[in-house]
Ligand binder design. Structure first.
Ligand SMILES: [Zn+2]
Length: 278
């Protein structure tokens, strides 16, 4: 299991390259590169980071811009979403990143099925462009979203991944908790998520997953803000890591709490103690 921060570690003064080094020095195994406000990286720079990450054995992923909406209302906005996915995928390819995470979209009052059909079309188009460029090694990761107004429930992202090759679900456990108004209380609630993943997508969906974790503040409308570990214990981290250790579920858990690398280290430590206890 790999743990790492969502973005450059707080303790790091430099850019992405230095961030990768800090992650390695801390003894973490992963880092998500945040392109949430745009993909601003040169190919040469990306390749240098790729080489460094490979040498230090750090697994990279990328987060695509926030303004992607795969089920947008207008052709222009859909085309822009394809462009943003493509730009992120190009950067990810040069970085040697395994997956790019994106926010699927918004219902904006429309039926879920209509949004799902549009999203499928958008992702298929993006993948066609990626294949023309020879980008066959980057997964498109639809993130589980934290508000009921957002397209991207657990079932919706599983369904996208089941239908479209080279896509994968990204389980944001805090978002699942907020969307379900406090849905995760115990290990059984995590088990239900993993059982759904495995039933629809097969074993690799639970032995090589990509996930986000933080604690979260929420209302009946869903997510409000991400919180440090130990603030409210919602959702609780320990039962998730216990389940993974018991069942052999494995993957990458990106820490999205305000403490980034510090809480990633806490998660890693808890997981290590569970793995090593008989
Ligand atoms: Zn996200």
């Amino acid at each position: 299991m790999l743990f790492g921060p969502a973005g450059i570690p707080i303790a790091c003064q430099g850019g992405t390259l230095e961030g990768v080094r800090t992650v390695a020095e801390l003894g973490l195994g992963a880092m998500e590169i945040e392109f949430v406000r745009g993909v601003h990286i040169g190919l040469e720079q990306a390749r240098a980071i790729c080489a460094e990450a490979k040498q230090l054995n750090i697994s990279l992923s990328c987060h695509a811009p926030y303004w992607i909406n795969c089920c947008a209302r207008t052709k222009e906005k859909l085309a822009r979403s394809v462009r943003n996915i493509l730009d992120t995928a190009k950067a990810a390819h040069a970085l040697g990143a395994r997956i790019i995470v994106f926010h699927p979209g918004y219902y904006m009052g429309r039926p879920a099925a209509e949004c799902a059909a549009l999203a499928r079309q958008t992702l298929t188009t993006a993948l066609e462009h990626m294949h023309t460029l020879g980008i066959n090694d980057v997964l498109l990761g639809a993130e589980l979203m934290g508000k009921g107004s957002q397209f991207g429930s657990l079932e919706e992202i599983i369904s996208l991944a089941a239908d479209i090759p080279q896509t994968a679900p990204v389980i944001d456990f805090a978002h699942y908790h907020a969307r379900g108004n406090g849905a995760i209380k115990a290990e059984a609630d995590y088990a239900a998520i993993f059982n759904k993943l495995e039933a629809s997508l097969g074993k690799t969906a639970v032995t090589n997953f990509h996930a986000h974790f933080s604690e979260i503040e929420y209302t009946e409308k869903g997510e409000r803000r991400h919180l440090e570990l130990g603030t409210t214990n919602e959702p609780p981290i320990r039962p998730l890591l216990t389940l993974c250790a018991e069942q052999g579920y494995s993957g990458t858990i990106i820490c999205e709490t305000p403490l980034l690398e510090q809480d990633a280290l806490r998660m890693q430590k808890i997981y290590g103690s569970l793995k090593n206890s008989p």
